[in-house]
Design a protein around this ligand. Structure first.
Ligand SMILES: [Zn+2]
Length: 374
């Protein structure tokens, strides 16, 4: 009997910044494209071209959820500029939609009616938005999309109905306990695996268990490398059919988007390396390796409430807090680059405090958890 592999969907939401457009308008579109899509900095490009380069180096395929609604303000050519390199490199292009673009153009599928999220629109409007987005992707040369993710995860049950009507079979907008989540899909929050909802298969963004029954979603910048690697190991060990990771075209940049965040750049590369090296994991696409719904998902989750997710570990959380503190101090909100000599002490502290924790065996880690819990 063939061994069950866990398919990793490495998803990259690929989008221009509507905030940048509000500030700089059409004159800033080229800058917007270079920053948000190419991830351009004075140290080089760290956007989708770089990310595809790293994926290719590890022999992996990524899923790029491209937002084509930007065509409303930037024209169809902008969508082509985004989509072509992805298609040329053989990665998956699927549909993403940030509905805030709709209110910025008088024409369009909703005749200028705006809304922050898909869930703000009627089912009929959502069908029009999806049709418009699909047409722009196909016009740009992409195959008809089979999967969708709402901008801000802002989908509701009507979105699933609308997806069914336009023939998109998979949705990956459900992200449990995302801080400030506007996701309105009524799904059991403990359901971590693909589940059939009407004509659509909902493929939740994966997560790990947090303290007190909460979750942290598997976004590149939300989990530490250790948490992500342990979550993948957990998924493989439990023979989960798939695991969905979220990232963005600009995710490897610091918050100001002026420099690469070297910690996240390393994390991305390490993640690719782990997936490529593991015989139990494979990176998949919706086009070639579509997820299968898991009928027993709801029944499984009824028992423990955490089936399908890596259990909470205080030691891992501490490692993340340490890693985030370093990352924020180096690549957070401060204006201008931090001089190298200023960064060095922070790295030294991290190495002294965190490195020993990272080399703990699983047994030692459990022991540390128990010690910290009592
Ligand atoms: Zn987005």
């Amino acid at each position: 009997m063939p061994e069950t592999l866990t398919t990793i969907y490495l998803t990259v939401d690929t989008e221009l910044s509507s905030a940048h457009f509000r500030r700089h308008g059409g004159a800033g579109l080229q800058d917007n494209f270079e920053s948000a899509i190419l991830g351009r900095t004075s140290a080089g490009d760290f956007g989708i071209l770089y990310q595809m380069d790293r994926l290719d180096a590890h022999g992996l395929k990524g899923v790029f959820f491209v937002d084509p609604l930007v065509a409303l303000v930037a024209g169809s050519d902008m969508v082509r500029r985004i989509v072509h390199p992805i298609l040329d490199a053989g990665h998956d292009v699927q549909l993403h939609a940030h509905t805030e673009w709709l209110g910025m153009a008088a024409h369009g599928p909703t005749d200028g009616r705006g809304g922050q999220n898909m869930a703000d629109f009627s089912t009929a409007d959502q069908v029009r938005i999806l049709d418009y987005g699909m047409a722009r992707l196909v016009e740009a040369g992409a195959p008809a999309p089979v999967a969708f993710r709402a901008g801000n995860y802002g989908a509701n049950d009507d979105t699933l109905e609308a997806l069914g009507r336009v023939g998109i079979r998979y949705d990956s907008s459900y992200s449990p306990d995302y801080e400030g989540s506007v996701c309105r899909i009524s799904l059991d929050r403990d359901c971590a695996l693909p589940v059939q909802r009407g004509r659509v298969v909902e493929v939740p963004v994966s997560a790990i268990a947090g303290p007190g029954g909460g979750h942290r979603h598997a976004q590149l910048t939300a989990l530490s490398a250790r948490e992500m690697i342990d979550a993948l190991a957990h998924a493989a060990l439990h023979r989960q059919p798939c695991f969905t990771i979220v990232s963005h075209s600009f995710e490897l940049l610091c918050r100001q988007r002026r420099r690469p965040n070297r910690i996240v750049v390393r994390r991305f590369d390490r993640l690719c390396g782990i997936i490529a090296a593991s015989p139990r994991l494979r990176a998949g696409t919706y086009a070639a390796d579509p997820p299968e719904p898991v009928p027993q998902c709801a029944a499984q989750s009824a028992g423990t409430g955490q089936v399908g997710r890596l259990p909470h570990s205080l030691a891992r959380s501490l490692l993340r807090v340490g890693e985030q503190a370093i990352s924020n101090s180096l690549y957070g909100d401060q204006v201008g680059p931090l001089p190298a000599q200023a960064a060095a002490p922070a790295f030294a502290v991290r190495d002294r405090l965190i490195a020993p924790l990272q080399s703990l065996t699983p047994l030692q880690q459990i022991a540390l958890d128990i010690m910290m819990a009592v």
